[in-house]
Write a protein of this length. Structure first.
Lengths: 317, 301
């Protein structure tokens, strides 16, 4: 974008050459607008980065971050030596992997089916209802799920009335994992269709007509025209999701977990919360958090590089 | 012209017959998914309005049985619930207004392609999308700023969302530059251009981003959990968590004692519905805007 801009708008060349000093005096109002938001960025997004060094220090509440003594990789070693850390790491990756396998394709399939719907009114209605779960908080969703799938909840009532026996959806570890993934799909698959619908409507319609002329059926047309057309978007979304493989937001596992399933539901973010904020083990939990972020970064860069190496569009940079 | 329309219609119905099989399959799958999306919400609403015995017997499915609004009375007249509701509303309004001002002030200059240093500023706001301090460094920093247990800890750290800023910026850049030029010839300065020309033309994108900010503040729970211990600053989500998940928290359930006490389960359902209602009220009005907003934001740089 940046490289091609001057070709499209020749006047940009003029501005690009102008000195910064002249730029500031001419556009000082635009720069003045930026003062407040940039201050926010610096104070609340850049300054906390300074605190990452806590992972390498014997943090002392009274001496502060700068005054505390360096500890090297002591807290990383401590984390690596505990089973709970490896459990949290394993659970994070495993739950994310399941989300990727089952959750990632859902919005793509739904978007393709929505696009193929003929009735515009029904399509609008379906979209409205599908987006709804995205606007509910995880507390509400967690409340609804624990209510419906409890031993005395509606789902088990129905199962029992049909002659089945009670299923412990939320207190059995493997059932819990299924519930976690299904709830995630429920919450986000409908909302996720928006971006793919936008991509599908950007596909060249001549290609559809050509496919029609060539006698392609609907499924063939989806396979040969729609899917390749939205592939760059799919790849971009895939890379972004891969860049989050070692991170799970705090709220979703936190509201769904209970003591019976802690072996599968403890993830890095909940580990950091209990060790860090509740037990005030700041260096240890910062080290764990940092370790996760570094692996995420490696995933992100690797996925992006592989995409570029394969010559695919849709890479992030 | 008329014949064109006719042939188009004819070919469409021909196509319709041809694709009937896949059409039915697609519609059935979509319908099932949509039903699954709304059924849980309807069930909780039904549960919250049902009579005690019907709930105990597990007879309530999708329609309230025996209509009983006592749970709502308990929730609505509970002092801590009221306080959380009022605090959440004030917090959401203050946050949304401040976040919108902040986002507009950064999105507009960045949407001007001629602004020197634009690329550097863009990188500056994109970096925090990938590099964040993490929970503990953020927490320690908030602590150093003496914002723990202050409502500002729920506002200031999240005043800007890079994602929302990019949505807004893309919208601002899509507005024709000639409007700006003619306004400037008439003697408008940058602030006047922004407030008199750009913003009135951007209601769709402003409504979208405003909705995103408001909903995210209304629904967020983690930062309240991290930064707030003072009950006076518990948001509705935090209160809801206590009511729904803590078996020991009976502050609401104890409002009415005795044999006719409202069931904790009904209270919980009522609390869930109670805290969802504000979103359900604004949702239909803003729905047409946010799809547009997301699509604009989805345009890749």
């Amino acid at each position: 974008m940046q490289r091609t801009a001057p070709l499209q708008k020749p006047q940009n060349v003029h501005y690009r050459r102008m000195s910064l000093h002249k730029g500031i005096s001419k556009y000082w109002m635009l720069y003045a607008m930026l003062i407040l938001p940039l201050a926010q960025y610096i104070i609340f997004r850049y300054c906390p980065l300074w605190g990452v060094q806590v992972a390498f220090k014997d943090y002392n509440l009274f001496k502060g971050i700068a005054g505390s003594k360096w500890a090297g990789f002591k807290y990383f070693e401590e984390a690596f030596a505990t089973q709970q850390f490896w459990d949290a790491l394993k659970n994070t990756v495993w739950l994310n992997l399941l989300d990727l396998i089952f959750g990632f394709p859902m919005p793509i399939l739904l978007a393709i089916m929505l696009y193929e719907m003929r009735s515009v009114k029904l399509k609008k209605l379906y979209q409205t209802l599908m987006y709804l779960p995205h606007f509910l908080s995880w507390i509400i969703i967690g409340g609804i799920v624990t209510k419906m799938f409890a031993t005395r909840g509606i789902v088990n009532n129905v199962i029992r009335s049909l002659g089945g026996s009670t299923v412990d959806f939320l207190t059995n570890s493997s059932n819990w994992v299924v519930m976690y993934v299904v709830t995630g799909i429920w919450q986000s698959a409908g909302w996720g269709t928006i971006i793919y619908l936008a991509a599908i409507s950007g596909v060249n319609t001549e290609l559809y007509d050509a496919a029609e002329v060539d006698g392609c059926g609907r499924l063939k047309r989806i396979w040969h025209v729609t899917l390749p057309g939205i592939m760059p978007t799919i790849i971009t979304m895939l890379i972004l999701q891969l860049g989050r493989m070692v991170g799970i937001g705090f709220e979703r596992p936190y509201v769904m977990m209970n003591n019976n399933v802690r072996d599968v539901s403890e993830v890095i973010s909940t580990f950091v919360y209990t060790r860090g904020i509740l037990n005030q083990r700041y260096p240890l939990s910062t080290a764990v958090d940092l370790f996760g972020s570094v692996i995420n970064m490696i995933f992100l860069i690797a996925a992006n590089r592989i995409t570029r190496r394969l010559g695919g569009e849709g890479g992030l940079w | 012209m008329v014949t064109n329309v006719k042939t188009a219609k004819a070919s469409q119905s021909a196509k319709g017959r041809r694709y009937l099989g896949s059409e039915i399959v697609f519609n059935v799958i979509l319908t099932v998914f949509v039903i699954l999306c709304v059924v849980p919400v309807i069930h909780v609403v039904a549960l919250s309005m049902s009579e005690r015995n019907a709930v105990l017997a597990g007879q309530v499915t999708l329609w309230p049985k025996g209509w009983d609004f006592n749970a709502y009375r308990s929730v609505f007249f509970d002092a801590s619930m009221q306080r959380s509701m009022i605090f959440s509303i004030i917090l959401t309004v203050v946050y949304t207004v401040m976040a919108m001002v902040c986002s507009i002030l950064v999105a507009y200059p960045l949407s001007r392609s001629y602004l020197p240093g634009k690329k550097f500023l863009m990188v500056l706001i994109l970096i925090p999308m990938y590099f964040t301090g993490g929970t503990i460094p953020n927490y320690l920093w908030i602590k150093d700023l003496h914002l723990i247990d202050s409502p500002w800890s729920l506002v200031l750290p999240i005043l800007t969302s890079t994602y929302n800023i990019i949505i807004m910026r893309n919208f601002f850049s899509s507005i024709s530059g000639s409007l700006e030029e003619s306004a400037k010839l008439d003697g408008c300065n940058d602030f006047q251009v922004l407030f008199r020309i750009i913003l009135p033309l951007s209601t769709a994108s402003l409504a979208t981003v405003g909705l995103f900010y408001a909903v995210s503040r209304w629904n967020s729970y983690a930062d309240v959990r991290y930064y707030i211990n003072n009950q006076n600053y518990f948001t509705l989500q935090m209160k809801l968590y206590q009511v729904v998940f803590n078996a020991t928290d009976t502050s609401v359930a104890m409002v009415e004692g005795g044999a006719n006490a409202v069931l904790p389960d009904t209270i919980r359902s009522a609390a869930i519905v109670f805290s969802t209602v504000p979103i359900l009220i604004v949702y239909p009005f803003l729905q047409k805007y946010f799809v547009q907003g997301v699509m604009i934001g989805a345009v890749k740089e």
